[in-house]
Design a protein around this ligand. Structure first.
Ligand code: FMN
Length: 391
């Protein structure tokens, strides 16, 4: 048996996949994933706050037939999970976005392609057969932003996820220290990291996808590494506001999801703009350090949404049990970032498939033990919620 597959046989949890990814991915790219901004307090809280919610065990209920399918942002899913947009996924494993999209397609859940992916919109569309979701950063170059939406539409994407929580870039200390770039700069330190990861290098040498595929050759004047570095450093738009969202709403006639909502004030603006769904997200603790975890803000947002928009959640999901806690508190489904990226880094498409299998099994088993047979049946009656949990 191939060594990667035999390693996967012993994997029981997302944490096991994380440990394998750490061994296979060069340090600068592993660190890029396993980090939050500044003190990482929000990054850590996203994870640990799930532990404060307990399940209510039930007995004496026939749970032989369990069904994990549901609808998420109008998409039928085999479990209420989608892959979150992750920039530079193609640096975790060669052709990473294509491999993750294929794993999601096989499993029957949505894949979201980041604007800052390595494989381009067209690359992923060519290698998959179902529509994927496209995540949009609103760049200062509005013409390029409009073209991105057009390319996504031409590639068959029917759902646009607009990320609003990155008007400026949160600082992750590890990225500064590692001098992260894509493709990586060749320094003594980076060369040492690559020499220690021959499996990663071997695959990377065989692909042509090594830089931002949606940008190079598409954005005005970006033809080489130097112009790419200048472009990316200048393109985040600190002026991003709700008027821009109205402009996007006018350009995009498909399903619109706004990512980065953490309070009811912003939720109401997304409803005014006409979005159909929001992702309660703090960008996996990578933007505003000191922001609350998403699981604590979820119930208030679900209540205020009052079914006018679908509410999804991300940030901190590391197990099927975390998925069920979010769904029991009213999320229609969740997006997972690191949980699938660790699988990707560990073993490519097979690793993402393993991450999804683990989460699915955890969902199914937990449903049995809390006495539920269908996703829509889940609710706060399945949880023991400490006083003052929600904010
Ligand atoms: C390495 C990495 C890169 C990311 N890149 C993007 C991106 O390009 N666009 C975006 O909207 N969110 C991006 N995110 C945020 C994710 O979409 C998602 O909100 C977050 O990962 C959820 O937290 P989790 O990793 O704890 O599941 C990124 C997250 C990580 C970890």
């Amino acid at each position: 048996m191939c060594p990667t597959l035999s390693k996967l046989e012993k994997v029981c949890s997302i944490r096991d996949l994380q440990a394998l990814a750490r061994k296979r991915v060069p340090k600068m790219f592993y660190d890029y994933v396993d980090s939050g901004s500044w003190s990482e307090s929000t990054y850590k809280r996203n994870d640990s706050d799930f532990n404060d919610l307990l399940f209510r065990q039930r007995i004496g209920i026939d749970v032989t037939q369990r069904n994990t399918t549901s609808l998420m942002a109008k998409t039928p899913v085999t479990m209420p999970v989608a892959l979150a947009p992750v920039g530079l996924a193609g640096m975790q494993y060669a052709d990473g976005e294509i491999l993750a999209a294929r794993a999601a397609e096989t499993f029957g859940i949505p894949f979201t392609l980041s604007s800052l992916s390595i494989c381009s919109i067209e690359d992923v569309a060519r290698q998959t057969s179902r529509p994927f979701w496209f995540q949009l950063y609103v760049f200062k170059d509005r013409d390029f932003t409009r073209q991105l939406m057009e390319r996504a539409r031409n590639a068959g994407c029917n759902t646009l996820v607009v990320t609003m929580d990155l008007p400026i870039m949160g600082q992750r200390h590890k990225d500064v220290k590692n001098r992260l770039s894509a493709p990586p700069r060749l320094t003594v330190s980076s060369l040492m990291q690559f020499l220690n990861r021959p499996g990663w290098c071997f695959k990377m040498a065989r692909t042509t996808h090594r830089t931002f595929g949606n940008i190079v050759g598409h954005a005005k004047g970006v033809t080489n590494l130097r112009s790419l570095a200048v472009w990316t450093s200048e393109q985040l738009d600190a002026s991003l506001n709700w008027k821009d969202l109205e402009w996007i709403r006018d350009q995009w006639d498909g399903y619109l999801i706004i990512k980065g909502v953490l309070n009811t004030e912003d939720l109401n603006r997304t409803i005014d703009v006409g979005a159909q769904a929001v992702v309660v997200s703090n960008h996996g603790g990578r933007q505003l350090d000191g922001a609350p975890s998403t699981i604590r803000t979820l119930a208030g947002i679900v209540e205020a949404a009052n079914q006018q928009v679908s509410v999804l959640l991300d940030s901190g999901i590391r197990s099927g049990q975390d998925v069920l806690k979010a769904v029991a508190l009213g999320a229609q489904g969740v997006l997972i970032g690191r949980a699938f990226v660790y699988g990707l880094g560990a073993a490519g498409q097979a690793g993402v498939a393993k991450a999804l299998e683990i989460i699915h099994k955890e969902i199914e088993s937990t449903m049995a033990l809390v006495g539920e047979t269908e996703i829509p049946g889940l609710g706060t009656h399945n949880l023991i919620i400490p006083g003052h949990f929600s904010i």
